[in-house]
Write a protein of this length. Structure first.
Length: 392
């Protein structure tokens, strides 16, 4: 009997404790974290990765094959247009030019000889023709003189054609000799040298690249690839910022100058080339650097905005607060005199922390709920890192 009394007493104490715990839970005060709807700056951007390049890069090659005899420019050399930057061994080309000159002189002499022979044959033909008319010689003798004259005319034409041929050969030899002197086609800076003295270059199939010259490194461009999902927001003239690994603390500025229409497809991912103009007066940026780019697609200084945490907040499930179908827009919850009220808003641009309010029954200074404590909250605890709201 005593054990039964003890058991009943223990059971009563346990029940009382459970009842007290549930009562306290159900009567715990609900507290809301809120932030105010405000006006302020908001900016959205598109992120991409690109490579820095000179605006104009010229590859300097050789039109003829030969051996590099002299170099007059090196990496980072500043060069002017038509400045000699290299020279091939010219011995073979000088010999070819001299041979062409000799051939031309010989051909000229042949023209003079053929012309003299033609004059002689013309005179003979004229004499024979006169004698034939007087009946003093036979027809065959006259025909023979005419044939000799015609052969002389043909011989002179052949000699003159040979002169033109050797003139062309001489011009080609002189051009090839000029090609042995490599000149810079532009003012700029040598960013690459691909040959050394004594190296043989072969121009049989394609022009070998000896130097790469950047026309002006004070103006550069970032070639970046933008995802097809973001390309619709990018416009020519938009501002862009970027960083490079060499100067992680510096933010460089540029402007979108070109959006290329040709798609780039890699493993079914479609991107588009976007070119960003960049000033490089301090010469800190170098060709080939990787740029982490942010293209500003929207910027507003006095935008009516709300914290993104308010857009994600949902109160504890309650029949009186059942969420309607969101056909009217995005729902936020206002707190007024300890009463919560749902309001539908139409949203615009977001920067990741705040979202623009385009329309809705809400005004600047209204308090919107971003989180709640007290009763069990089925929300996603929408407070963002670094949140500074207040508790009511």
């Amino acid at each position: 009997m005593k054990k039964i009394i003890i058991f009943v007493a223990a059971l009563s104490v346990a029940g009382l404790a459970a009842w007290f715990f549930l009562w306290r839970e159900n009567n715990q005060t609900v507290k809301y974290k809120t932030v105010k709807v405000e006006r302020g700056a908001i900016e959205s951007s598109v992120s991409a990765t690109g490579t820095l390049n000179a605006v104009v890069t010229v590859q300097v090659g050789s039109q003829v094959s030969g051996t590099i005899k002299e170099l007059y420019a090196d990496f980072n050399s500043a060069v002017k247009k038509d400045q000699v930057i290299a020279r091939l061994d010219q011995k073979t080309f000088i010999a070819q030019r001299d041979q062409a000159k000799a051939n031309l002189i010989n051909a000229g002499a042949n023209v003079e000889k053929s012309n003299a022979d033609l004059i002689d044959k013309k005179q003979k033909f004229d004499r024979v023709s006169k004698l034939y008319k007087e009946g003093l010689i036979a027809q065959s003798e006259r025909d023979s003189a005419e044939a000799a004259y015609n052969a002389g005319v043909a011989q002179l034409k052949s000699a003159e054609a040979q002169v033109e041929q050797y003139k062309a050969s001489l011009e080609l030899a002189e051009v090839n000799l000029d090609y042995t002197v490599i000149k810079s086609p532009v003012d700029g800076i040598v960013i690459s040298r691909n040959v050394d003295i004594g190296q043989t270059v072969a121009a049989s199939f394609q022009t070998p690249t000896l130097f790469t010259i950047a026309k002006d490194l004070t103006k550069m461009q970032v070639n970046t690839s933008v995802d097809e999902a973001d390309i619709g927001a990018v416009r020519v003239g938009q501002e862009a910022t970027f960083t490079v690994d060499a100067y992680p603390e510096l933010i460089f500025k540029g402007m979108v100058s070109q959006i290329r229409n040709a798609p780039i497809i890699v493993q079914n991912v479609v991107t588009y080339d976007v070119i960003i103009e960049v000033a490089n007066k301090e010469m800190k940026l170098k060709p080939g650097m990787t740029a982490n780019v942010s293209i500003v697609t929207y910027h507003g200084d006095a935008v009516f905005k709300v914290s993104n945490a308010a857009l994600r907040f949902k109160p504890v499930e309650d029949n009186s607060l059942k969420q309607e179908k969101e056909e009217k827009g995005v729902k936020v919850w206002l707190l007024n005199n300890d009463q919560i009220k749902p309001v539908y808003i139409k949203t615009g641009v977001s920067d990741g922390n705040y979202t623009e309010i385009i329309e809705g029954d809400i005004k600047e200074g209204d308090e919107v709920i971003v989180d709640m404590t007290g009763k069990k909250n089925k929300s996603n605890k929408a407070g963002a890192p670094g949140f500074h709201g207040f508790v009511r």
